[in-house]
Ligand binder design. Structure first.
Ligand code: GLU
Length: 304
């Protein structure tokens, strides 16, 4: 008997601003991959990060996705309503002795992260509080990473072997201000929602080994990963704050109609040989991870 393995893909934006072209490209890739496999695709709003997250921004993001035709199968989950789930996960990690309280202030962390990591954007936590005795929940809590490298496979970047201690160090799971941290919420929810394929921006590639360690500690299955390159300015530089505002609406105001946008996004994902205007459905059959460019892509000069 032929058993068809299906997938559940997801797009998990943080509602802190508008969705720019890079986000839209990632959302489309995960949707196309799920649809091509006859699987499910869900949207999750990652709004645990306190005051930076706004409901109205999340709703605007959902409207933009809908304009492209990207609609969640099943209700959109907002992480701010799932504290109980995260609390239970923390309790289970505590029982297994994975947690320790962290008393480091932002300033301490800045001092500890001076050279050689300065400038490269990665500041692994050096483990200063690892030996601190448990002081109860309600403190900032870190996950004690088990030692050793993690071997994992990226659909775009191929096999990788990484040491999370050198990338993030012990990640913060609960913050001093009472918020659950991103690493905890993302891992718990991917597990709870049965997500089997995570497509996201390459900026999150360095945290993947850490999240895999957390999945293992919680007894959750490991999804497949695909980290997509960034969308750069036409000259190859990083998009600045102003260009970052290039969302569906700003592009429409510049005369970029939806079929043009879909055509460009589809081209940038290897679904068509040129950026010919098209509809969403016609991209499905052409989508294949082996054709998605591994690196960054440049914005068309006419849109910049
Ligand atoms: N919410 C995260 C972000 O917008 C993405 C999380 C993920 O895809 O794992 O940066």
């Amino acid at each position: 008997m032929l058993v068809r393995m299906s997938i559940t893909g997801r797009f998990a934006p943080s509602p802190t601003g508008i969705l720019h072209l890079g986000n839209l490209r990632t959302a489309l890739a995960s949707w196309l991959s799920a649809r091509k496999a006859g699987g499910r695709w869900i949207i999750r709003m990652e709004d645990v990060d306190g005051p930076r997250c706004r409901r109205d921004l999340g709703e605007a993001q959902l409207r933009d996705l809908e304009r492209l035709g990207l609609v969640s199968d099943g209700p959109v989950v907002w992480q701010s309503g799932r504290s109980l789930l995260y609390q239970e996960a923390l309790a289970s990690l505590h029982r297994a002795r994975f947690l320790y309280p962290c008393a480091c202030t932002r300033k301490d962390l800045q001092v500890m992260a001076s050279a050689p990591h300065e400038g490269d954007g990665l500041r692994p936590y050096p483990g200063r509080c690892r030996a601190r005795a448990w002081e109860g929940f309600g403190r900032a809590l870190r996950f004690r990473l088990p030692g050793g490298t993690v071997a994992w496979e990226d659909r775009l970047l191929g096999p990788r072997t990484e040491d999370p201690a050198l990338l993030t160090g012990d990640p913060l799971l609960f913050r001093r201000d009472g918020c659950f941290a991103y690493h905890l919420a993302v891992v718990v929810d991917d597990g709870a929602q049965g997500v089997s394929e995570v497509a996201r921006g390459a900026d999150l590639r360095p945290v993947t080994a850490t999240q895999i360690r957390l999945q293992e500690a919680l007894g959750l299955p490991r999804p497949a990963y695909a980290h997509l390159g960034m969308v750069l300015a036409p000259d190859g530089s990083r998009l600045g704050k102003r260009d970052g505002a290039l969302g569906v609406e700003a592009l429409a105001a510049r005369g970029v109609a939806l079929p043009d946008l879909l055509g460009w996004l589809g081209w940038s994902l290897g679904c068509q040989a040129e950026a010919r205007p098209c509809g969403l459905e016609e991209l499905i059959s052409a989508f294949d991870w082996s054709r998605v460019p591994k690196g960054d892509v440049r914005l068309p000069a006419a849109w910049a």
